[in-house]
Design a protein around this ligand. Structure first.
Ligand code: COA
Length: 256
């Protein structure tokens, strides 16, 4: 359980809300764990037909909690819970909808690649600056993002840290619709409720044929092996220290 994950079930829709707005909804291990359990339970709960991810405040999520990344990197913490969460999302059979009011960083962006309908605010800013952090892409984004937006754009996102605006997200096929910030959640809820009224068996079979879950899980495993190694690298440690010390990182002393 986590006080920063709120659950609400209504009309066949389970809404999972990231509720840590003072930290831009950065995802802690406890939050990943609570969201994963809810997502997994939803797959077998006959009363739930659709899952909706939403967020409190102006950000969707600033990605993994940097303090917990730093603890893992320095060997002070055990397993990160991001991986089981992403694995559950990649295996979710029921439709998943997302309402993105603003910033979606790191896993905040890459999890959207696993969602079936995505609604973004005009203020949305999607980024996955893994290389800036000395890391590599995760959540099968090394497969899904180039497939969705092309290699060069995806490379600019991962390697240059370029962000994608709400308008661009729709143009590039990363989101269905762009809306004023206060209309994003109502639109996503309406879409989720519309899906909940559809024949559930047909929806599950349709989603299954549109995604190769086994290939996604295999890629997630491959990425995770490199990601975990990178997280303990000097480059990543410097990037994480720099974030926590609120200064720019200095990678000049490290060689490839
Ligand atoms: N982990 C932990 N805390 C985070 C966080 C994260 N990923 N992102 C933001 N926060 C915290 C900040 O430390 C700050 O806490 P404080 O008020 O106690 O100092 C608070 O959330 C607000 O963030 P702040 O940086 O002041 O807001 P901003 O609007 O200037 O910038 C971001 C927002 C998201 C651009 C910036 O916080 C950021 O770059 N965060 C890291 C994103 C990231 O790299 N995620 C991992 C990707 S793999």
């Amino acid at each position: 359980m986590s006080e920063h994950i709120k659950l609400n079930q209504e009309d066949g829709v389970l809404e999972i809300t990231f509720a840590r707005p003072d930290k831009k909804n950065a995802l802690s291990n406890a939050m990943y764990d609570a969201a994963r359990v809810a997502l997994e339970d939803a797959q077998t709960d006959r009363a739930i037909r659709v899952v909706l991810f939403s967020a409190e405040g102006s950000a969707f999520t600033a990605g993994n909690d940097m303090g917990e990344f730093a603890n893992f990197a320095s060997g002070q913490a055990g397993e990160l819970q991001a991986l089981p969460f992403i694995q559950a999302l990649a295996q979710a059979e029921k439709p998943v909808v997302a309402a993105v009011p603003g910033l979606a960083v790191g896993v905040g962006m890459t999890m959207l690649l696993h969602c079936d309908l995505v609604y973004v605010a005009e203020t949305a800013k999607l980024s996955a600056p893994f290389v800036n952090l000395g890391l590599v892409p995760e959540a099968a984004s090394s497969l899904l993002l180039p497939a969705r937006i092309g290699h060069v754009r995806a490379f600019a996102v991962f390697a240059l840290g370029e962000s994608i605006s709400g308008v661009e997200a729709v143009i590039l096929g990363l989101a269905n619709k762009i809306l004023p910030q206060d209309q994003v959640l109502p639109a996503a809820r309406a879409a989720a409720q519309a899906l909940a009224r559809k024949p559930a068996g047909s929806l599950v079979s349709t989603k299954k044929m549109m995604r190769d879950a086994a290939a996604l899980l295999a890629r997630i495993d491959q990425e995770n092996a490199v990601f975990a190694e990178r997280l303990k690298s000097e480059e990543a440690r410097e990037a994480l220290r720099a974030f926590l010390e609120r200064r720019p990182p200095d990678f000049s002393k490290f060689e490839s």
